[in-house]
Design a protein around this ligand. Sequence first.
Ligand code: BGC
Length: 818
Amino acid sequence: MTRPDTWTLVLDGWDPADEGRREALCTLANGYLGTRGALPESSADGVHYPGTYAAGVFNRLSDVGDGVAVENESMVNLPNWLDLRVAVEDEAWLDVSAGRVLEHRTQLDTARGVLHRTTRFVDGAGRHTRLHQRRFVHRERRHLAGLHTSVVAEDWSGRLTVASGVDGTVTNSGVARYRHLSGRHLEVLATEETADDTVLLTAATTQSRHRVAVGARTRVTAPADAPVVRAPDLAPGRIGHRLTVGVRAGETVEIEKIAAVVTSRDVAIAEPALAAAGLLAEAPGFEELLAEHTRSWARLWHRCRIELVDGEQPASPTTVRDLRLAGFHVLQTVTRHALDLDAGLPARGLHGEAYRGHVFWDELFVLPVLVLRFPALARALLLYRVRRLDAARRAARAAGHRGAMYPWQSGSDGREESQRLHLNPLSGRWLPDTSDRQRHVGLAIAYDLWQYVQATGDLAFLTDEGGAEVLLEVARFFADLAEHDPADDRFHIRGVMGPDEYTTRYPGSDRPGIDDNAYTNVLTVWVLRRARELLDLLPPSRREALTAALDLGPTELRHWREVGERMAVPIHGDGVISQFAGYRDLPDLDWDAYRRRYGDLQRLDRILEAEGRSVDDYQASKQADVLMLFYLFSADELRDLLGGLGYALPPEAIPRTIDHYLARTAHGSTLSALVHAWVLARAHREEALDHFDRVVRSDVADLQGGTTAEGVHLGAMAGAVDLVQRCFAGVETRGDVLRFNPHWPGRSGVLELTLQYRGRPLTARVTDREVCVAADDGPGRPVRVAVGDEVHDLWPGQTVRLRLPRAPSPVPAGRGTG
Ligand code: BGC
């Protein structure tokens, strides 16, 4: 029996309604550049959407609606380098949408980072033509991408015409809801031929004035050296070549196109057009570039191995494939090219235009995967925040607060990019969008930063690179946001939104936000504690310099301590942590009735609004909010945090809290299933595996019904990998020790994964009985690894076998995360 291929996503047949999802899933990227898996002969027409994006290249456009000017910043769709069409004799360009397709298949090879496309056409005259294309976005040479096309004239002889160029007439129009807003971000400045076989288009973004040069070198190899006639192929905003060649039945014409994309944001260039032309003049041929690229992917996968092997009931090959696909998209979106890009993590990758390429809190879900493999990449994402500290300080000041208030949606310069209105497609109404009240994004940044330092021990990031300032300024902002109420002698944070974006205000209130979101308040306490710990961690001279620079004196520190000890957290009489103050006074929704009526309730907010109601009026959450606390903290840590505030968290309160929200969450964000899988993993493994399945299939199955076409959900994709490593394998970095606390189902066999801890590459094999950790050989100090109380110094080249202290699968009476 052949082993199922878990590395290839195969998409068979032609389905125009599904093309958007396929294009997003088949995006190839290298962290610097991303190109959707659109067919090279296609243009944006409602079915196809060729999109190429460079990380960090944003532009702003303004529109006036109802007399009010609205400005939006978007990641710009760059000139389309794929642009390649072929025609047989005098027929129209081959086009899958125009029918006459006998076979059509797309295959994404995630082991090598190569996209294959095969289509067989029959034309009006009954001639059969087969087209095979291979494509890469080069992992090492960040500016280069390649497309190889072979055209087989199966049963005809005659003329084949190829048009290949660069199309600068593209706009941002990939998301239907934004299409009424302006989308023309580029002005074409120049088109030129830089060599016989090379064209170059230079454009500028209209507001940010980035220059973008996209060049393409097209070479045709004709059978039996038949002459190739090349002519310029020009149209406004587009430059290319038209090549004609004679072909006989059974012969193949090979067309290789190498593209270069360079922008004025890039380092180590003199000027984009010069750089792009130079790169194309020097670039080797397609096969050589492809070989380099696939070798690079092989090295990368070696470093990021996750294998599920030898189980009696191992995970299905489809699950393994989907897990690899998820890892693939994360690894190709955040790469070492991120180190000098200053681009942050766009929530929907370089894969589409949803959320306009903005950066949210999603790195909270991606960083754990990076920190345990590529700490430098995690650091690069954190530096994106460090550089925007002043913008966050300005935002805090403008809101009347001290410290740093990071934006919910961030783009080029760190100002708030959240939209002010959003469309409910069900009712056709535009509604106020107050999601920027999610102040908790700053807390997530502080949490990310701390996790990074825990995993790496990189104190220099704190002291020399601005990490400490970010954490302290976030702490300062939240301490200032908290208001003391003498009535209960507690601090309260009012008028914010938690991660649950459904709840925007109290019923009937015109004041946006809710009070005392438990997640925000508890995380504030955690950050205030870490801020103090951080100051203790620093050498006295550094501490003094820092506190002097921030004007952080004993009075303010005392205030932080008070807030950290007297923060209000709404906890109901039955022990259930309340999502916010007054949450439990809201009525319950009749979930069963709504489910019967509408089936899918992921967009319950839109359903209720279209009915003339409001989701604000019910105990209903879009995604995990309170349960985020169990995702970020162990039960002991949470108990300790609440205990410090004078609240108890008895064991039975945990399953009660989890059950309460499980029954009232619509999972309208892909992040929700991820958090639920995590929270359930300890005690309700089967249910957790169901949620895991949802996470891993979020995009491949487009579980949100249409959102994948607009870009993949990187948080969920990374989350799927993270569930395997941190949740099922129980990997944790705490107190200078790499700990394993696996909850790995025995029937799933062996889980093997490669990690990096404190600079040492490690391979861990996890079963339901033991964890075996092998350290790569080489010079250096040991790292400390542990299972339970058994801590070992693991020297380079050594392997340690740690038996799990308890038998697998104890199922306690209630749920728990203990
Ligand atoms: C979720 C947010 C998330 C954003 C970007 C939204 O639907 O509610 O939590 O940050 O998508 O992924």
